[in-house]
Ligand binder design. Structure first.
Ligand code: MFK
Length: 187
C-alpha cells in the first residue's frame, strides 16, 4: 500500500534561515511537557532531534516497552505521533514558525519491534501561503531487525503556521485542568 498524497503545483521551496545552524546541530525541545520531545513528560516519547541536510531534520526514537501495540511491536498511533513530532520540528527548523498539524497520513511498511531504535528523517517539501507540506521516513538503525537500508514506515503531513495566540487559548489547561496561567510563549 502506498500514499495517494500529492504535492500542489504552486509549492514554494523555502530558503534556509540565514542563521540556520547546519547539519548535526541539536534542536532543543520546543515545550518541556510535549509528549513527543519534552523532558517533563514522563510517559512521552522523549525524542531527540538534530538538523539534517537542507530542509531536513533527523529524529531518534527508542522504542520502549510502554509504546507496545500488538505483542512485541510498536503501536501504530505511537509511530504516527513520532512522525508528527518530527515533521513539526522540520517546519519549525526551516521556517522559524510555530505550526500545528492539519492533515496527516502514514504508511506502515514493516512491523517495528520493541527495543529497536528508529531514525526518522523529516523534511519540508514546500509551502503554499500558511500551509507547509512535509514528508518523512523511518528506518531501524539499532536493536532488533536493524537495517538502515530499509524504510519501515513513511509519512506525509500538512501543517499550518500559527501565531503564539493559538497556544494562549490552551495555557489554562497546561496541567490538565483549568488553572493558573502558564507561560507558553516558548512553544
Ligand atoms: C512549534 C513547533 C512544533 C514542533 C512539533 C509539534 C508537533 C505536534 C504538532 C501537533 O500535533 S499540533 C496538534 C494537532 N493539530 C491541531 O490541534 C490543529 C487544530 N486545527 C486548528 O487549530 C485550525 O483548524 C488550523 C490552525 C489548522 C487552521 O485554522 P485557521 O483558521 O488558522 O486557518 P484556515 O482555516 O484559514 O486554513 C489556512 C489554510 O490551511 C488549510 N487547512 C486548514 N486545515 C486543513 C486541513 N485539516 N487539511 C487541509 N488543509 C487545511 C486551509 O484550507 C487554508 O488553505 P488556503 O490557504 O489554501 O486557503
Amino acid at each position: 500500500m502506498s500514499s495517494t498524497w500529492t504535492l500542489p503545483d504552486d509549492l514554494v521551496v523555502p530558503e534556509l534561515p540565514a542563521d540556520h545552524p547546519g547539519p548535526g546541530a541539536p534542536i532543543p525541545q520546543h515545550w518541556g511537557r510535549c509528549f513527543g520531545c519534552g523532558d517533563d513528560q514522563p510517559s512521552g516519547l522523549k525524542m531527540d532531534f538534530v538538523i539534517g541536510e537542507g530542509l531536513e531534520v533527523i529524529g531518534r526514537l527508542e522504542v520502549a516497552n510502554r509504546f507496545q501495540g500488538g505483542p512485541g511491536f510498536i503501536h501504530g498511533g505511537i509511530l504516527m505521533t513520532a512522525f508528527d513530532e518530527a515533521q513539526g520540528m522540520a517546519c519549525s527548523a526551516a521556517l522559524r514558525a510555530a505550526v500545528v498539524t492539519g492533515h496527516f497520513e502514514t504508511d506502515f511498511a514493516r512491523p517495528i519491534p520493541l527495543g529497536s531504535v528508529l531514525e526518522i528523517r523529516a523534511r519540508v517539501e514546500g509551502t503554499v501561503r500558511r500551509k507547509v507540506y512535509t514528508s518523512a521516513d523511518a528506518r531501524i538503525v539499532d536493536g532488533p531487525l536493524a537495517d538502515p537500508e530499509v524504510v519501515v514506515a513513511s509519512s506525509s503531513g500538512l501543517f499550518v503556521t500559527v501565531g503564539h495566540e493559538h497556544f494562549e487559548k490552551g495555557r489554562r489547561f497546561a496541567d490538565g485542568l483549568p488553572g493558573p496561567d502558564r507561560d507558553v510563549s516558548a512553544f
